[in-house]
Design a protein around this ligand. Structure first.
Ligand SMILES: [Zn+2]
Length: 392
């Protein structure tokens, strides 16, 4: 009996121990499930916050320092000595005049159209600013000097340590990007702005090329959408080359209208990007000034009839100039002055803010042509580069 009782007691103990064990195990599983769920949901929420591209883009644009207030003592001409590229002399291996930007401003100052102290110096676009359009993968790819060598088309750049390439090549580009972005803010405030630089119209969010490492036009427009409450932008791209960068990035955005007048017989032969051009005007090698300006008149008329922009971004490359080894067109210096005047007249008469970027055209003669054209815009009263004595 005792034995039976002992067995019975042991059995009861065993059952109780098992129940406690099972209860403990069950509770432990439930608690760990709860902790896991909590952890997972918090991770998911921060994950979705971090990866939602629109939310992140918005946050980056709103926290950017590139849109600073420009005092009235400055005119809407943007430039920095940091724009110019000097790389221990190897920049001379490139057919480009890598100090074009400085020389344009020098002419404007020496001709009495501009005071050096009234030029606006932009900030350099940070990584966060560039990520508004570019992917991290793309920005990381620039940590390879070989990639930068391909983009700038200067093979020896591949041989230099990347920190030097960042400092000597990419920093000037970042500064010019800062200038293009700021130009839209200034244009909206004052009617017009000229970035004496920028216009890197071959670079897309994911790929640089043709001397264009950052997509300043796409960036400028995304900033304008959000910070300036702009909802319709017209890109007028009159560089000799097709603007495949902004076309790829913005071509399917109904808020953007693209007029591109380019030579289809030269780089970049980007047929898929051509599908995104709203108004395509192809000008073949050897096109004369008269023919070019006739086509431009018609194109501008159609563009402004079809689309009413709140901002015009004018990519005013001067590689259409007669003798340019890349553009292969035959437009005279006066033809370029007329071209710029026509675009500014179209925008200013309709009271549409206009941003001008100097883009391609890197022969030694281009700086003089650009300066002459800006001086003509000033003489025509389409821009005002002289400050009133009351505003200084
Ligand atoms: Zn070009």
């Amino acid at each position: 009996m005792k034995d039976i009782q002992t067995v019975s007691t042991s059995w009861t103990d065993l059952t109780r121990d098992s129940a406690v064990y099972l209860l403990f195990t069950f509770s432990a599983i439930k608690v760990s499930q709860f902790i896991y769920t909590c952890f997972q949901s918090s991770e998911m929420s921060s994950f979705s916050m971090e990866t939602h591209p629109e939310a992140l883009r918005r946050e980056r644009i709103l926290s950017s320092k590139l849109y600073f207030n420009v005092p009235e003592s400055k005119v809407s001409i943007i430039y920095s000595s940091a724009y110019d590229i000097s790389f221990m002399g190897i920049e001379k291996l490139h057919p480009f005049d890598s100090t074009k930007w400085r020389r344009v401003c020098k002419f404007l100052v020496s001709d009495g159209f501009l005071e050096e102290k009234s030029i606006v110096e932009p900030l350099e676009a940070s990584n966060s600013d560039l990520l508004v359009v570019h992917s991290l993968n793309y920005l990381n790819s620039l940590k390879s000097s070989a990639t930068v060598a391909r983009i700038t088309e200067v093979p020896p750049v591949a041989l230099f340590p990347n920190f030097l390439v960042q400092q000597k090549v990419l920093r000037p580009f970042r500064k010019q990007v800062g200038g293009t972005i700021l130009a839209a803010k200034l244009a909206v405030e004052r009617g017009w702005a000229i970035n004496v630089g920028g216009g890197f119209h071959h670079c897309t969010a994911e790929r640089g090329g043709g001397f264009c490492a950052f997509a300043d036009i796409s960036l400028c427009i995304h900033f304008a959408f959000l910070r300036l409450s702009i909802s319709r932008v017209m890109i007028i791209d009159l560089d000799a080359h097709q603007g495949n960068g902004h076309e790829t990035d913005l071509g399917d955005d109904s808020r953007v209208y693209i007029l591109d007048m380019y030579n289809p017989e030269i780089y970049p032969y980007d047929y898929s990007a051509r599908r995104f051009i709203d108004q395509k005007v192809e000008v073949m090698s050897g096109t004369s000034t008269d023919e070019y300006l006739r086509k431009l008149d018609k194109a501008l008329e159609v563009a402004f009839r079809n689309f009413q922009p709140e901002l015009v971004v004018y990519n005013a490359g001067t590689d259409i100039l007669d003798g340019d080894p890349l553009g292969l067109l035959k437009i005279s210096p006066d033809g370029i002055t007329s071209r710029d005047e026509k675009v500014f007249r179209c925008a200013r008469e309709r009271e549409i803010p206009v941003v001008m970027l100097t883009s391609g055209g890197y022969m030694k003669s281009n700086a003089r042509v650009i300066a002459d054209s800006i001086e003509n815009l000033s003489r025509q009263g389409l821009i005002n580069t002289q400050l009133d004595s009351t505003s200084t």
